[in-house]
Design a protein around this ligand. Structure first.
Ligand code: GLA
Length: 414
């Protein structure tokens, strides 16, 4: 009897331990999910599409990585070098994808190693359909193979587009790629690029780290470009399309109002307003210009640490439009530690005088449960674009804002 008791005492915990190990190593990983811990603040980087479209090659991608470091952008927080459409060449007889050998003669692994050697990360683009938007091979039917290939190459970010997907269910298609990425075992930021057609904010939070909320952006402040079969949206149109979406975003899951057009042809004021509003939206900051050839003004916008700090704030709460009068909108974003970001956006072409009498305004946010409480709490008004302090919330703010520009402030709790 003593022996049986002894054996029971040994075997019961032992079999429980064996069961636990088998479950953790074999059964649990089989249940695919989204990688945890990625994109806890909105992703920051660069992408080839907005400026270069299909004209890409490995040399320029290397140069862009170099420029991200030498321009100070890496030090400001930019991390990803993302290659968009047209990197793909062909699928081999086993179905594995190979890069276009004319544009990427040394292959993706070598390029990824180079980008990593700069302390940066690298992203690729694919599509849920059998062809990408530019007609290159898409991932449909090859999702697990492609995810394994990306992991083998050392890819860190995947933008997954929605062209040529007739008959596909977006939730199913994006879940398949999420599961494939998870099974491949390499943490890869997953960017859902479904253009907002099927309201991805409702379902993509458990699938991806960011989801496009609209069609493609254009370097225009407030005029859309009609291409006949599709409309390329102006910055202000995209801003307006974010209404009602802020409750879906947060650490690890962001609304994506598309990549930046800073430095791609708008005026300095417009670029500054565009960048400021993307920061107020806690949007991914993916530059879309030629980093090798930036004017000092473009660089100063993309590198503004105080604006970036608003975007990257650890609270991860999107800003909101508080008021709108005579083409000037007042936006607020609660920040960690009790500060607020405030932005007065002048949407008209000409300058506008604007005022904000803090004593008379009740700025609060039910999403974060925060109340600015201007009656009780005093804030210093720090101008994010000039670095000057414009007084405090003690008195009314009276300013003139140039056309298509902003006054962006950090309200620093005294
Ligand atoms: C779609 C996407 C763009 C870009 C192109 C590439 O239009 O929305 O961001 O990736 O495809 O073909």
């Amino acid at each position: 009897m003593a022996n049986i008791h002894f054996l029971m005492r040994i075997y019961a915990p032992l079999s429980a331990a064996i069961f636990f190990i088998v479950f953790v190593t074999l059964v649990a990983p089989a249940r695919a999910q989204k990688f945890g811990g990625l994109a806890l603040t909105p992703p920051m980087g660069w992408n080839s599409w907005n400026k270069f479209g299909p004209d890409i090659n490995e040399q320029m991608i290397r140069e862009m990585a170099d420029a991200m470091v030498s321009s100070g952008m890496k030090a400001a927080g930019y991390e990803f070098i993302n290659i968009d459409d047209t990197w793909q060449g062909y699928r081999d007889s086993l179905g594995f994808i190979h890069p276009d050998s004319t544009r990427f003669p040394h292959g993706m692994k070598e390029l990824a190693d180079y980008v990593h050697s700069k302390g940066l990360k690298i992203g690729l683009y694919s599509d849920a359909g059998d062809k990408t938007c530019a007609g290159r091979p898409g991932s449909r039917g090859h999702e697990y193979q492609d995810a394994l290939t990306y992991a083998k190459w050392g890819i860190d970010y995947l933008k997954y587009d929605w062209c040529n997907t007739e008959g596909l269910n977006p939730v199913g298609a994006y879940t398949t790629m999420r599961d494939a990425l998870y099974s491949a075992g390499r943490p890869i930021v997953f960017s859902v690029c479904e253009w907002g057609n099927a309201s991805p904010w409702l379902w993509a939070g458990s699938i991806g780290n960011l989801w496009r909320t609209t069609g493609d952006i254009s370097p225009n402040f407030d005029r859309n470009i009609d291409h006949g079969t599709w409309v390329q949206l102006a910055v202000m149109s995209i801003l307006d399309l974010q209404n009602g979406l802020r409750e879906y975003a947060g650490p690890g899951r962001w609304n994506d109002p598309d990549m930046l057009e800073v430095g791609n042809g708008m005026s300095g004021n417009e670029d500054r307003a565009h960048f400021s509003m993307w920061c107020m939206l806690a949007a991914p900051l993916i530059a879309g210009n030629d980093l090798r050839d930036m004017t000092p003004e473009t660089k100063a916008i993309l590198d503004n640490r105080e604006a970036i700090a608003v975007d990257q704030d650890s609270l991860g709460i999107e800003g909101f439009r508080y008021s709108s009068a005579d083409s000037v909108e007042a936006w607020f974003k609660p920040l960690a530690g009790g500060d607020w970001a405030m932005c007065l956006l002048n949407r008209s072409v000409g300058p506008k005088k604007a005022g904000f009498n803090f004593a008379e305004e009740a700025v609060s946010d039910s999403l974060s449960g925060r109340n600015a409480d201007f009656g009780k709490i005093l804030y210093a008004l720090r101008d994010i674009w000039t670095g000057k302090v414009l007084g405090t919330t003690n008195g009314p703010l009276e300013v003139e804002i140039p056309g298509h520009d902003v006054l962006m402030l950090r309200l620093v709790k005294e």
